[in-house]
Ligand binder design. Sequence first.
Ligand SMILES: [Zn+2]
Ligand SMILES: [Zn+2]
Length: 309
Amino acid sequence: MSKVYEIKLSYEELKEIDGKVSDVAQKVIDQFKKEYAYGFSLPIINEILRKSEENGRLTWRYKQIRSCDYCDKMHDYYRYPRSGRFHSKGDKNFNKPMYYSGIKFNEGFVTIEGLGDMCSECSEKYNVINQLIDYILDNDLRIEIQKNDYRDSKYLKDDIRICHSCDYEMTESEMGKESTMMGDGYYPSTCPKCEAKSSVFGRSHKTTNKFKHRLNPVFKEEVQKVKTLIKLHNKDKEKDLHISLSASKKNENIFYVREDRFNNGYRTVIKFDVEKKIYYVGHFWKEKCNQFIEALSKYTETDNEYFDF
Ligand SMILES: [Zn+2]
Ligand SMILES: [Zn+2]
């Protein structure tokens, strides 16, 4: 049987024993030093950042939790409202555990029911999500941030795969893409070096736990400007008249601004490619999208204005 020891040390004491302990203990010390360096007074935020740097990604999801370490929400059970044969009024009903709405950061494939990092109220109170996002972007950490309404991620995590045919190490973004069986998207399939494909039922390229990062096209200045214009456009308008931004599923450098309302299809306001630096104006919006043209023409090389449906 292995034993688990819990030792509590101050940061000063940790520095004392640094370099004089076993590899395992040294690893723990290094983790703490790294976390301490982020400088948040709430240790959980430092821990989340360290884990995000390790997995290259910051994610979170809301889930039901049993208790919160940061407030008085305790592991508890509902109580019987009236007496019965085997219990009295006010006794704990162990069949009815109390759940609170909570949040869990960087949850992997294994999820533990009822366990989270804190309750939603505390997460709001300490502004945890936005603080994490600001810290990552302001310090240019190579971490992909989950999609959110506050700020877009600067980087996208790019997993590394090994070709089953030629052993070439490639990032998923350099691989050729193929349409999924459902036809609802694309998945990375083809080796850029030898063109071997992975197929759903056949051989697939080996996954690794290594990764790189690439720039997120959404983070580009022109896309951010277009997003601001969309917000301005939608402000004070009925939902029916809203427009929104979406990226092409096949090519992440191509963006569409489209009407939310279905009119024999979703009419395009403007379509633009941040890599090729061109844009196309939607037929129905020819006269109405000057602001978008003005914003985008600063980032395009030629005076190109194509008409499209
Ligand atoms: Zn709480
Ligand atoms: Zn290959």
